[in-house]
Design a protein around this ligand. Structure first.
Ligand code: PGA
Length: 248
């Protein structure tokens, strides 16, 4: 199981350091659960110092697809590696929606991340209109094949998928455990077609979208749900720790 906290554009340097410290204290021993914190870029280094001896990994929320050059304001994969990142969120619906990230761009980011040994947490998920129109599987399949076509994954641990229905992000509306399980099983089937059977079986598929302490267990209980990508609830150490315990 993996539980990742996506802090989004929240915390400054001081509050990020405090939150990381509080989370490390609150979770103490996560057992076999991989815990990943994804603070804003400017706090990555500080958080990496706080978690140095803790059973917690570091992730970024985005990466540029080129490795260096004249891209004012952007952050590259080798930069993320240099501050201790092991994971990077790619293709979050907020990036797709507000920054016009296409499947093609997301594909390039995945390739670049992998070549620098960063593990992508690839986000996919349909909007409310798409679900109402019965198009959720078509949309998720397109996002997966757009991002992963011709990508070489050598080890199932090198890639993480997060299913995040857009209508459930930050809305308090959660997919039912049945909806989550059905889509996760479908994602595994897509991975079988796009990658191969053994990767499809072993790749971790996280659920994201209003995961809270009181609904985490019923979501994580499902066979194809391998953890969660947590937004709002990852900003409160006690809530995040409760979610990590649910994954245990
Ligand atoms: P939320 O966000 O938990 O606040 O719904 C999840 C995400 O966007 O990763």
């Amino acid at each position: 199981m993996i539980v990742a906290g996506n802090w989004k554009m929240n915390t400054d340097l001081v509050t990020a350091r405090t939150l990381a410290r509080d989370i490390v204290d609150a979770i103490a021993d996560p057992g076999r659960v991989t815990v990943v914190l994804c603070p804003p870029f400017i706090s990555l280094h500080a958080v990496s110092e706080v978690i140095r001896n803790a059973p917690v990994d570091l992730g970024a929320q985005n990466v540029h697809h080129e490795e260096s050059g004249a891209f004012t304001g952007e952050i590259s994969a080798p930069m993320l590696r240099s501050v201790g990142c092991r994971y990077v969120i790619i293709g979050h619906s907020e990036r797709r929606q507000y920054f016009q990230e296409s499947d093609e761009l997301i594909h390039r980011k995945i390739q670049t991340a992998l070549s620098y040994e960063l593990r992508p947490i690839l986000c996919v998920g349909e909007t409310l209109d798409e679900r109402k129109a019965g198009r959720e599987e078509e949309v998720v399949r397109r996002q997966l094949s757009g991002a992963l076509q011709d990508v070489v994954i050598r080890d199932p641990d090198h890639l993480v998928i997060a299913y995040e229905p857009v209508w459930a992000i930050g809305t308090g509306e959660t997919a039912t455990p049945e909806q989550a399980q059905a889509m996760h099983a479908f994602i595994r089937k897509c991975l079988d077609d796009i990658l191969d059977a053994s990767l499809a079986r072993a790749t971790k598929i996280l659920y994201g979208g209003s995961v809270k302490p009181d609904n985490a267990s019923e979501l994580f209980e499902n066979e194809d749900v391998d953890g969660g990508l947590i937004g709002g609830a990852s900003l409160k150490a006690a809530d995040f720790a409760t979610i990590v315990r649910a994954a245990q």
